[in-house]
Design a protein around this ligand. Structure first.
Ligand code: NCD
Length: 316
């Protein structure tokens, strides 16, 4: 088994993942999402959720996924651990490795922090990036692609997809755009206030459409993003009401999209800011389907990375 540092041993990003590997993971996740039996592929394997940033759905769905595969799951609460006494991330990782923990699901405030840890990890250790800074959130990207395929069929190439909101601070947007491009989506529109647009490389292949009423016309999918106020320079968005008026999704605007259009949001939702209650809880919303698919995707990822060579699509 190749256990050197390579792209397939860990899951750090969707950029650079082949379409074939993505499709295999999505296929396996779809099987679990439809109630397919979950093998005890991680029986006896210890997995730690190392979250240096808050999380509800990502942390708990990784926990559930690892438990369903039979793993021993350790939670790590920064505030009650020695990290709060200044222990470095690397010492924390090495301490847990010394206890025999093999899998680490890591969320971190800093861009590149998970990749840096992966570069220093032991030869048998596997890291999964559960979101680093504004850079990447690969399992969110996979669960969003799975949700889209379930709603719209496996061939996404013809879809018109609109990404709305705080793209600049969003690791979800960066990762979703990587996923959409890898799966062949050609019509990708982005709509955001100028100050929330990212660096141009992120928008490769996308059309930036300034007004939401124009951008949403005829689209099949609206992917909303949370205003990431914790990552913003103070005052970047002056008024939440103003943001809602210009970029919030309500029923009137949704009616401009294609018939049967679907609405996605990674959560947590700022209700009344990115989206109205009526739309978030309405028949076009896939928000809770995304959450459900999160568990299935994380089972597929942990199985592939930690389930040994017998796991379907594992790193043989
Ligand atoms: C996202 C995250 O943390 O990147 N949440 C999530 O994992 N579902 C998006 C967000 O916080 O806005």
């Amino acid at each position: 088994m190749n256990r050197s540092f390579d792209a397939d041993r860990h899951l750090l990003d969707l950029a650079g993942m082949s379409r074939e590997r993505m499709e295999l993971l999505l296929g396996r996740a779809d099987h679990f999402a439809r109630g397919g039996a979950v093998p005890r592929a991680l029986d006896g394997v210890a997995v730690c959720n190392l979250f240096f940033e808050p999380s509800t759905r990502t942390r708990l769905s990784f926990q559930l996924a690892a438990q369903r595969l039979g793993a021993h799951v350790l939670g790590f609460d920064v505030s009650s651990s020695s990290a709060s006494k200044g222990e470095t991330d690397l010492d924390t990782l090495r301490t847990l490795e010394a206890m025999g923990v093999r899998g680490f699901v890591v969320r971190h405030r800093e861009d590149g922090a998970v990749r840096a840890l992966a570069g220093r990890a032991g030869a048998d250790t596997v890291l999964v990036n559960a979101g680093d800074g504004r850079s990447a959130h690969p399992t969110q990207g996979l669960l969003d692609m799975l949700t889209l395929r379930q709603a719209k069929g496996p061939d996404l190439a013809r879809l018109k997809v609109l990404v709305v909101g705080d793209v600049r601070h969003s690791r979800v947007a960066r990762t979703d755009l990587d996923g959409l491009r890898t799966l062949g989506v050609e019509d990708i529109r982005v709509c955001a206030p100028a100050e929330l647009l990212p660096e141009p490389e992120v928008l490769a292949g996308c059309e930036v459409v300034p007004g939401l009423d124009d951008a949403i016309r005829g689209v099949d999918v609206v992917m909303l993003l949370r205003l990431q106020r914790e990552r913003m320079v103070e005052g970047l968005v002056r008024s939440l009401d103003g943001y809602h008026r210009e970029y919030g999704l309500d029923a009137r605007r949704l009616a401009l999209a294609a018939p049967g259009a679907v609405v996605m949001h990674p959560g947590p939702v700022n209700r009344g800011v990115e989206v109205t209650d009526e739309v978030a809880d309405g028949p076009h919303s896939l928000i809770l389907r995304q959450v459900a698919n999160g568990v299935a995707v994380r089972i597929a990822v942990l199985e592939a990375l930690l389930g040994g060579p017998q796991a379907p699509h594992g790193v043989a």
